[in-house]
Design a protein around this ligand. Sequence first.
Ligand SMILES: C[S@@+](CC[C@H](N)C(=O)[O-])C[C@H]1O[C@@H](n2cnc3c(N)ncnc32)[C@H](O)[C@@H]1O
Length: 245
Amino acid sequence: MGWYEDEDLWVGFAEVMFPARRTAEAERLLAESPLLKVAAGDRVLDLACGPGTHVVPLARRGAVVTGVDLSEAMLARARRACEREGVRARLVRADMRDYVDPGAYDLVINMYTSFGYFTDPGDNLAVLRNVHDSLVPGGRLLIDVMGKEVFAGWVGRPQAVDVDGGTVYMRDTVLDDWTRLRSDWTWVRGEEVRRTSLYSTLYSAAELRALVEQAGFTEVECFGDFDLSAYDNHARRLIVQAKRA
Ligand SMILES: C[S@@+](CC[C@H](N)C(=O)[O-])C[C@H]1O[C@@H](n2cnc3c(N)ncnc32)[C@H](O)[C@@H]1O
C-alpha cells in the first residue's frame, strides 16, 4: 500500500493538515488571486480535493466543480462541507493516476502539495498527462507545491504544532540526493502517541516546468505566490500555471 492510501493518515492528522484557517485562506485566495479567477459556469476539477477546501468557494462562485480524491473519508468531509454551505459539486473517488475525463474541464487545480506523491517518476508524469487530456484546448492547469528552493530555506528545523490537547512534532528528511522528502509526524496527546510519514517529490521550478512540458502543456509559468509574484528568493510556494494548446 502506498503511504498516501492510508486513510488513518488523512483523518488522524486532519486537524494539523486542514485547520479552519485554511478554509478562510481558500476563500480569500479565490476572491483575490488572479490565478484562481473563475467565471460562473467554468468547469473546474479540483484534483486531490481533500475535505473540499477549495471545492466550496469555487462552487460558491458559480463554477461547475468536480472534486476528485482517493480517500472516501476526505470525500465525505467535502460532501458535508458542500451541504453545510449550500453548494453543489460532483465528488468522485479515484486515483489521480487513473482519473481522466477527456476535454471536460476549463481549469484543473491541484493544491497544497498534492502532487509528486509517487516514487515512480512515470506515475507523476501520468497524472499530468491525464490532466492535460482532461482539459479543453486552451484550458488551464494550476499546481501549488512546496518548491525545492523554498523548502531548502527552512529544512532541518523540526516544528511543534499544538492541537486540541496535544502536540504534533514534525521533522523533515531529504532523501535521494534532494529528489524526495520524508516528513515524519508524531502526535502526542497525554499517553497517546500516533506516528505517520508522508513522502513527496521535491521539484525545483526547472524540474516541474520540464515535467509539465513533457506532459504536453505550453505557456508554462512559475510563480512564488498566488499574487503572481516571481519565483525568486522571496517565494513562499511554487505555483505552476500551464495551458493545453
Ligand atoms: C495535502 S491533501 C490536500 C487536499 C486539498 N487539495 C487541500 O488543499 O486542502 C492531499 C490529498 O490528496 C489525496 N490523495 C492522496 N493520494 C491520492 C491519489 N493517488 N489520488 C487522488 N487523491 C489522492 C489525499 O486523500 C488528500 O485528500
